[in-house]
Design a binder for this molecule. Sequence first.
Ligand code: DGL
Length: 271
Amino acid sequence: MGNQKHQPVGVFDSGIGGLTVANAISKLLPNEQIIYFGDTAHMPYGDKSKGLIRLYASRITDFLLYEQNCKAIVIACNTASAAAYELLRDKHKGSVPVINVIDPMIEAVIADDNIKKVGIIATKTTIGSGVYQEKLTRRKPALKFSAVATPLLASMIEEGYYNDNISRAVLESYLSNEELKDIDALVLACTHYPLIKNEIAAFYNGQVKIFDSAEVVAAKLKWVLEKEGLNSERKTADDLFYVSDFTESFERTTKIFYGQQIRLEQCNIWR
Ligand code: DGL
């Protein structure tokens, strides 16, 4: 199991959204080998029960640790972070660092004192878990917030609908919600949403600060690897990208998420 510098970093999501995080990691930490797992067979996670997401997240983590020999795990999915982070962290405590996408986002938001009211948009499971609401209240009680579920967005993006009339109409409908009135900042609490970040910024005419998880999570991983003495000094193998169900649309879309063509390998870890 993972405790050596040259071993890879495991990154997983329900689908392609987590590639936004993997991409930020590969830019910030070019010496790290990434092993990515997109659970496309079970996507979307956003309307599944906590119990089922925990089951999926545990199996994927076991695959990354015991079959791929990863030295650290990044849960590049807000929904899986909300449902399964504590479970995975406690299970692997003392052996492998497990990083979620939610805590680094909370840190980034509370560090900005110009923000008086923040909106949070995410899947139904993430919003329903109350994790963002609870952590923001605990860390910065004076900060006002409004959390709104936007269940269509992840599937819409995964199907390739962004920067078009469909995504504009869906976003307009969600972002016009009264709950999101008067916000100074909006947290994109789903790793699929960086793809629609520009459309969201345009909706607000650049007047609302938009937070997405990719860079903050990569920075957190860097910090953790250095602290644990696990950072690699040179890249020893190519990155690998696994999916639990291969589709052509998935492979086409990865290019936009990752910035370059990726070779996907189907890997059914539930057999
Ligand atoms: N990318 C995932 C997240 O960050 C969720 C998408 C899904 O519903 O599967 O929440």
